[in-house]
Design a protein around this ligand. Structure first.
Ligand code: AMP
Ligand code: MN
Ligand code: MN
Ligand code: MN
Length: 277
């Protein structure tokens, strides 16, 4: 059974509509699939309908932006009720401020000699509530400022760079609370991607568990093969369930395609272990 519990559609910063992501996943051999758009569950209903048509088991998900210890951390929620009022209100609050941030990113890029980035990025946006750095990255590649979106992030959109605008997202407690309140399972997304010291990382895991967190991503397109082992060990040590997902955004843009992502290592308990029994 091939399970992918982390994917994006154009409801956030992916390029395909939810039903098209479902078709792409299915074509790649996925049997159990979650859509986990950033701070938004607007794609869940069409995704579920498409998954059903294609004979895939569907998991309603979301990836919530959190600020913890002055860094951005992503918390995935799986098996959430996408109609839960508390979750919807929390996500709406979290999305709030993305517009102003996008204007500020564009103003800074203009100062750096790249005018018109707001309008340019907007061409890539399907959901006006969710303007992401990714949309700016795609525009800067389009106009030839950089050759790839990863280069745009490195040169323009990360801390200390000319288009970087600091932003305060939800708290860890809020994200875990909204997910639990909606019947879901909170999962730390791609833990290997954060730049924490070992001590800070341990504090994140402890606090997450205390708040009601249950799982971490072990095999993700955002981890190196070495990190699959590292975070499998973390999952065992902290008693976290283990999750797996590509973090798909666009065909060809993926660091790891659906077909290339390995299974979870032995000795961890999959987050889906009791879902289908
Ligand atoms: P935002 O929520 O607007 O800050 O954008 C975050 C998104 O940017 C992430 O979900 C990724 O899709 C993308 N992203 C972040 N860092 C990089 C990077 N180094 N290369 C490519 N995409 C990135
Ligand atoms: Mn993204
Ligand atoms: Mn993420
Ligand atoms: Mn993601």
């Amino acid at each position: 059974m091939k399970v992918d519990l982390h994917c994006h559609s154009n409801v956030s910063d992916g390029v395909l509509a939810p039903a098209a992501v479902a078709a792409y996943a299915r074509k790649s051999g996925v049997d159990v699939w979650a859509l986990t758009d950033h701070d938004e569950v607007g794609g869940i209903k069409p995704a579920r309908a498409a998954a059903r048509e294609l004979g895939m088991r569907f998991v309603a998900g979301v990836e919530i932006s959190v600020t913890w210890a002055n860094e951005t951390v992503h918390i995935v929620g799986l098996q959430v009720d996408e109609d839960n009022a508390g979750l919807l209100a929390g996500l709406a609050d979290t999305r709030n401020g993305r517009q102003a941030r996008a204007r500020e990113i564009a103003a800074q890029l203009a100062t750096a000699g790249i005018p018109g980035a707001y309008e340019g990025a907007l061409n890539y946006v399907a959901n006006p509530d969710l303007m992401s750095r990714t949309h700016f990255a795609r525009y800067l590649v389009e106009i030839g400022v950089c050759g790839a979106t990863s280069e745009v992030f490195r040169k323009y959109l990360t801390e200390g760079k000319p288009g970087y605008v600091p932003h305060r997202w939800a708290t860890l407690g809020q994200a875990v609370g909204w997910i639990r309140g909606a019947g879901g399972i909170p999962v730390i997304a791609h833990p290997g991607r954060y730049k924490f010291s070992d001590t800070a990382e341990g504090a994140l895991f402890d606090e997450f568990r205390q708040l009601g967190g249950a799982a971490i991503e072990v095999v993700t397109g955002s981890h190196t093969p070495d990190q699959y082992g590292t975070y499998a060990e973390v999952a065992r040590r902290y008693g976290f369930l283990a999750s797996r997902g590509t973090d798909f955004h666009a065909p060809g843009e993926a660091r790891v395609e659906f077909a290339e992502l390995p299974p979870l290592p032995a000795g961890v308990t999959p987050v889906w272990h009791d879902w289908f029994s």
